[in-house]
Write a new protein. Structure first.
Ligand SMILES: CCCCCCCC/C=C\C=C\CC(=O)SCCNC(=O)CCNC(=O)[C@H](O)C(C)(C)COP(=O)(O)OP(=O)(O)OC[C@H]1O[C@@H](n2cnc3c(N)ncnc32)[C@H](O)[C@@H]1OP(=O)(O)O
Length: 724
């Protein structure tokens, strides 16, 4: 506790724990001590709580949740202590007040925030609920619908919205601390009863029961097996049904249930994994990164779907862009699409189009003039996946661009070294695999080639950061990390159809597991023709396939021609109105099981002498997931990625893997590597012609080593890529 000024009647309690003033045991203890001291000091007439370094607090120290129980200090009683103080307590909220940080503020009698502050109860995103009485106080302050929304989604809200909701009493543009002191002085001596949220009733709704029923249905639908949102709901519901103290007891009970859950452990692992992965390599970037200065320019070529998203993403990050296309027709089409995307993005932002300023040619210009590339710092090429075309472009770039320019290729599978070989500066060539839609998806896979320099890698990582994406650096191999792990997963899904399953059964099993979208719905969305083109390119199907090749064999391994057969019938998915499902029209979005496909599958099985069998959910999950995980172990062993966390971050952010399961490698660690190995052995014996089911040597090694924790896996490998 300190005094604002020597003779001030306002005691100041400053939360101090850099970088985000997380509420560690020590901070909580100091907060309690400070409160008691201020309470006992007759010269103190009011108390102000603020955070060090322009941040109130990011909430409980998340690392503390995995420490043994006896070391924990409860926050709820401290919040009660604040509220019951006989002296007015004012929260001065700067920067962030999240989780337990906001709960501390809710215990205060007054809340004043800086206009740029953000507030929220994001506990749900780490598998918890606000466990310091926040689920009982917030509905009393801002009403049940708004509280439920904040608590079940975990969203951060800006101070301006917080003011409208009544979450804060006042917002200020100038010095928050001084304004809070003024407020504290003003309210000395005023009655505190009406300011104590625990004493307030929860505002009544016209039809609380109906509202809660609908809200629960919505929460359950979005959660897909994720427990925390539903328990958050239950805690808020308790506030509508019970007196404060009983509601708090219910909140504690639910909090304890979540605290000991595997899902909370998974989400907290994912939280730290993402931050650790994003930090990698950054230190080698030139500072400041060219292009983060507004006078510099990023240029990018190709205005197809990916290019449109990339351009939008760059403009959103306030990076000046020159968008290049091969001819005016494509340029005009691309321009229209990009402008449309930007209009929509601007509508979601405060300040709208003015903030993005994309009509300003200094921010975004469109051209067909390749010579404009001579002075740019960074190029992102985003033409379609055609090696010859990419090499031609890189050859040109290498000639035109200034010596230091970084040359990025947006590719999902092509060989970076081969692309780099078309240039005279392979050390500056790097893969940047954006995910569609590129202005929405958070993942950026960054692929280094044999000659890519550490500075180039670091610069690409900094680009990811500037775009607010999660950059993950990986090595160069077919499909890199994400798609390479996806191949066996999709392969199994199709094999399951051959053996007796249906697309809707496979999708359902994986969506129940928590995937946003199953493999067949995903394939229909992405377009079956994409994979078909690639398989034709690899000589697996199409005219280059040698005559007499067995329909279901390629290079001595099992192959399913099912996706090719659908493409030959013009069934490309949503875009043609038919794929693995049928749709209301070409371009339709609602997938409906298709009787035609069911009978096509029966005929297919008959014609190949396959006996249809019932395949249960367990087998669907095990074959799809364990083959994907198996590939992950192979990737780690080859040094294509530097740690299992990298694979997990890729899967959560780019492939819709359910975050509450922590990523595929974390999931493998939770079900146990011996179990994964045993299942792979079983399926591999049943399908000896499927190499991707054969357990990887690294997985076997880890099992033989006694199933060590994930953090130790990499220590069992002797060799690591020097660039990772
Ligand atoms: C022993 C513990 C006592 C526990 C008391 C138990 C009482 C139970 C009652 C109440 C329970 C309350 C629950 C909570 O409050 S849970 C926490 C809720 N808060 C959050 O989820 C916020 C998480 N943080 C963020 O969203 C962001 O980090 C943000 C604060 C917005 C800052 O973002 P950004 O500027 O992009 O910076 P970074 O994300 O890179 O973070 C910087 C470093 O700070 C670390 N960090 C952030 N938040 C926490 C946290 N709450 N606990 C511990 N560490 C945190 C983060 O990991 C970065 O560090 P590093 O790079 O080393 O990983």
């Amino acid at each position: 506790m300190e005094r604002y000024a020597r003779s001030s009647a306002v005691a100041v309690i400053r939360l101090r724990n850099p970088p985000v003033n997380a509420l560690s045991v020590e901070v909580l203890q100091a907060l309690e001590d400070g409160l008691k001291k201020a309470e006992a000091d007759p010269s103190v007439k009011a108390i102000m709580i603020c955070g060090e370094n322009g941040k109130f607090s990011a909430g409980a120290d998340i690392r503390g949740f995995s420490t043994p129980k006896r070391h924990r200090v409860a926050l709820g009683p401290i919040v009660s202590l604040i509220e019951s103080s006989e002296k007015p307590v004012v929260a001065a909220i700067e920067g962030i007040a999240l989780g337990g940080g906001l709960e501390v503020a809710l215990g205060c009698h007054y809340r004043l925030a800086h206009v740029k502050a953000q507030m929220g109860l994001p506990e749900v995103t780490i598998g918890l609920l606000p466990g310091a009485e926040g689920t009982q106080r917030l509905p009393r302050l801002i009403g049940v619908p708004a509280a439920l929304d904040m608590i079940t989604t975990g969203k951060h809200i800006p101070a301006t919205e917080a003011l409208k909701l009544g979450l804060v009493d006042e917002i200020v543009e100038e010095n928050t601390i001084e304004a809070a002191i003024r407020l504290a002085n003003k309210v000395i001596g005023q009655p505190l009863g009406p300011r104590r949220l625990s004493l307030k009733p929860v505002p009544k709704l016209p039809n609380t029961d109906a509202f809660l029923r609908e809200a629960l249905a919505k929460v359950k639908k979005q959660a897909r097996g994720f427990l925390a949102p539903e328990l958050c709901f239950q805690a808020v519901k308790a506030a509508t049904e019970r007196p404060f103290a009983e509601g708090v007891r219910r909140e504690r009970e639910l909090f304890q249930r979540l605290l000991s859950s595997e899902q909370a452990r998974a989400l907290q692992y994912a939280f730290f994994a993402e931050r650790a992965v994003s930090r990698d390599h950054l230190s080698l970037a030139p500072s400041p990164l060219p292009g983060t200065l507004l006078s510099d320019v990023y240029i990018y070529t190709g205005l197809g779907t990916m290019g449109q998203g990339i351009a939008t993403s760059l403009v959103k990050a306030k990076i000046p862009v020159v968008a290049l296309e091969q001819d005016l027709e494509y340029l005009n089409k691309g321009r229209k699409a990009v402008m449309g995307l930007l209009e929509r993005e601007a509508m979601k932002m405060e300040g709208g189009a003015q903030t993005l300023d994309f009509h300003n040619p200094a921010r975004l210009q469109f051209t067909v003039d390749f010579d404009l590339l001579s002075d740019v710092d960074l190029v992102i090429e985003a033409v379609f996946e055609d090696m010859a075309l990419k090499k031609e472009i890189f050859h040109k770039l290498s000639k035109i661009c200034k010596p230091g320019a970084l040359l990025c290729t947006n590719t999902s599978a092509l060989n970076i070294d081969e692309i780099a070989s078309a240039t005279s500066r392979p050390q500056q060539v790097i893969g940047t695999h954006f995910f569609s839609p590129a202005h929405v998806m958070r993942l950026l896979e960054i692929i280094y080639g044999r000659h890519t320099s550490p500075t180039a890698i670091a610069t690409a990582m900094q680009l990811a950061k500037a775009l607010k994406k999660v950059g993950v650096v990986v090595g160069n191999c077919f499909g890199f990390v994400g798609n390479r792990m996806m191949f066996p997963y999709v392969e199994q899904a199709v094999f399951l159809l051959e053996e007796g399953s249906r697309p809707e059964a496979v999708d359902q099993a994986l969506e129940d597991f928590g995937f946003k979208i199953g493999p067949f719905r995903m394939s229909d969305l992405a377009g079956l023709d994409v994979g078909w083109r690639s398989r034709k390119g690899q000589g697996l199907t199409g005219p280059s396939l040698p005559a007499g090749t067995a329909a279901r064999q390629r290079h001595g391994q099992r192959y399913s021609p099912l996706p090719d057969l659908l493409c030959e019938r013009g069934r490309f998915g949503q875009k043609t109105g038919k794929g693995w499902y049928q749709y209301e029209k070409a371009g339709g979005r609602t997938a409906v099981p298709d009787p035609w496909l069911h009978s096509f599958l029966s005929q297919y099985r008959d014609s190949h002498g396959i006996k249809t069998r019932y395949i249960d959910q367990e087998e669907i999950l095990e074959r799809c997931l364990f083959s994907l995980i198996n590939e992950g172990f192979a990737i780690l062993a080859e040094g294509i990625a530097s740690a299992p966390e990298h694979l997990d971050v890729i899967y959560i952010n780019g492939y819709g893997w359910p975050k509450h399961r922590g990523g595929p490698m974390f999931y493998a660690s939770t079900v146990g590597l011996p179990h994964v190995l045993a299942k792979l052995q079983k399926y591999s014996e049943a399908h000896p012609d499927v190499p991707k089911l054969r357990p990887s040597a690294f997985l076997k090694k880890l099992v033989a080593a006694g199933n060590p924790p994930l953090k130790e896996w990499m220590s069992y490998l002797s060799r690591q890529s020097p660039k990772l």
